[in-house]
Ligand binder design. Structure first.
Ligand code: UD1
Ligand code: CA
Length: 455
């Protein structure tokens, strides 16, 4: 079987009350349409055809990719009309229709649906709903065979009582499509070309309509307003949370945990409340993440501990290293095994060797820190002169006293020490003590100023 996928994404989405086209509204940091495309790709189709209309330029710009064919639908004349716009680009023997605003559809569900399609059979995804208002109803004959879909607005009272609704997702043999599309009419309550009219035509042509259901009705839930968007977001997050728990992660509260990207986890990982994982995050065995942490595009090796309120981005934390509370690792931060970053420490483009320590109130930018080196509280690298950035290089077993300013470019060689309060501008060689501060002098008999009396 070869497959073409048509994604309907031309609708306006008035109820979002937004300048942003509906399908670009995000779920878990990716647009709704982005999620649908992601699922579509996993079916390895010949083509993915995205029908766009409202906000077409922005949609095209945001999602442009070599494997996507954008098809313009200038006027939204109905779902049938939308699919017809993609027809000239279809070359496969099966066509699957998806909606750009139904983001949680699972690949396995689509595979089950596609298994039902043949030259003589359509696959239709339906859902049983307590309140099917607004949905097209699945009409079956006495033998239980699907004969038609009737839109809510066109349905008789008896048809409105049908609880089985049309999800809109269906798979059809491509050979008949041009004929069916050509015969669609807009002679209905909404004056639209309904894709759903294809069902009755297929039955009249002697084809069978086989139905399939999603395991979870939220898979086929669309987002028409921000409330539904929030419901889909929470559902997505719960699903991600369950997936991670199944892999050996303890989530202190799955309702207070968000993934906005791709997470790869090991076993016996502990994640406290209000943690956000963004982009691509790799978490190895025995990692512990404290509450209120944001971790983006980073790798946490075995046994890493991140304490509360830390922000980690573009970093690699080596085995057994730790950071926080209140640590900030910016892109290019690399901690080797057992390195330690304490509270109110910021790193950017900094490499901490094995067992190196920056315990308190420190900024290390564009810095190389040797193994076992200890950096005193309040130390900063002066890496930027207002125009250019320079490196600070510290060898192994260096001891930087408290409250140093290390004016880059500068080198402190292995085993060297700097005195507290120093402003280091020149190389400190191996084994030397660098002192760069005014010598203390004490003034005898110092009289403190007295308050002047106001008359
Ligand atoms: C459609 C189905 C209905 C089903 C329901 C599920 C038809 C006629 N009806 O109704 O049976 O129960 O979905 O939600 O198919 N779109 C376009 N171009 C258009 C019209 C729509 O791209 O000209 C897109 C929309 O952006 C949306 C999707 O198609 O993503 C569905 O359109 P919508 O207007 O929401 O269809 P419903 O009336 O809800
Ligand atoms: Ca709809």
């Amino acid at each position: 079987m070869s497959l073409d996928i048509v994604i309907l994404a031309a609708g306006q989405g008035t109820r979002m009350r937004s300048a942003l086209p509906k399908v670009l509204h995000p779920i878990a940091g990716n647009s709704m349409l982005g999620h649908v495309i992601h699922s579509a790709r996993q079916l390895q189709p010949k083509g993915i055809h995205v029908v766009i209309g409202h906000g077409a330029e922005l949609v095209r710009e945001r999602l442009a990719a070599d494997d996507l064919n954008f098809v313009m639908q200038d006027k939204q004349l109905g779902t049938g009309h939308a699919v017809a716009q993609a027809l000239p680009a279809i070359t496969a023997d099966t066509v699957l229709v998806l909606y750009g605003d139904v983001p949680l559809i699972e690949v396995q569900t689509l595979q089950r649906l596609l298994a039902k399609v043949s030259a003589s059979q359509l696959g239709l995804l339906t859902v049983n709903l307590a309140d099917p208002s607004g949905y097209g109803r699945i009409v079956r004959d006495a033998q239980g065979q699907v004969t038609a879909i009737v839109e809510h607005k066109d349905a008789s009272e008896a048809q409105k009582a049908i609880k089985e609704g049309n999800t809109g997702i269906l798979a059809m043999p491509a050979a008949r499509l041009a004929d069916w599309m050509g015969r669609l009419s807009n002679n209905n309550t909404q004056g639209e070309y309904y894709l759903t009219d294809v069902i009755a035509m297929a039955v009249a042509d002697g084809l069978v309509v086989a139905t399939e259901q999603p395991h979870d009705p939220m898979e086929v839930q669309g987002a028409n307003d921000r409330r539904q968007l929030a419901e889909l977001e929470r559902h997505y997050q719960l699903r991600e949370g369950r997936r991670l728990m199944a892999q050996g992660v303890t989530l202190r509260d799955p309702a207070r945990f968000d993934v906005r990207g791709e997470v790869i986890v090991g076993r016996d990982v502990l994640i406290d409340i209000n943690v956000i994982l963004e982009g691509r995050v790799v978490i190895e065995d025995d990692v512990q993440i404290g509450p209120n942490c944001v971790i983006k595009d980073s790798t946490l090796r075995k046994g890493v501990v991140i304490k509360a309120n830390s922000h980690i981005e573009g970093a690699v934390m080596g085995e057994g290293s730790d950071a926080g509370p209140f640590a900030r690792l910016r892109p290019g931060s690399v901690l080797e095994a057992r390195a330690h970053v304490g509270n109110f420490v910021e790193l950017k483009n900094a490499h901490l060797g094995e067992g190196a320590k920056a315990g308190h109130l420190t900024y290390l930018g564009d810095a190389e820190v040797g193994a076992r080196t200890n950096i005193g509280a309040g130390t900063i690298t002066c890496n930027y002169d207002g125009a250019n950035k320079f490196r600070t290089v510290m060898g192994e077993d260096v001891f930087i006293g408290s409250n140093n300013s290390l004016v880059a470019p500068v080198e402190i060689q292995a085993g060297a020490t700097t005195a507290a309060g120093s402003t280091i501008t020149q190389t400190v060689e191996a084994g030397q003590l660098g002192v760069a501060r005014a010598r203390q002098r004490n003034i005898e008999g110092w009289k403190r100023p007295e308050k002047i009396k106001k008359s």
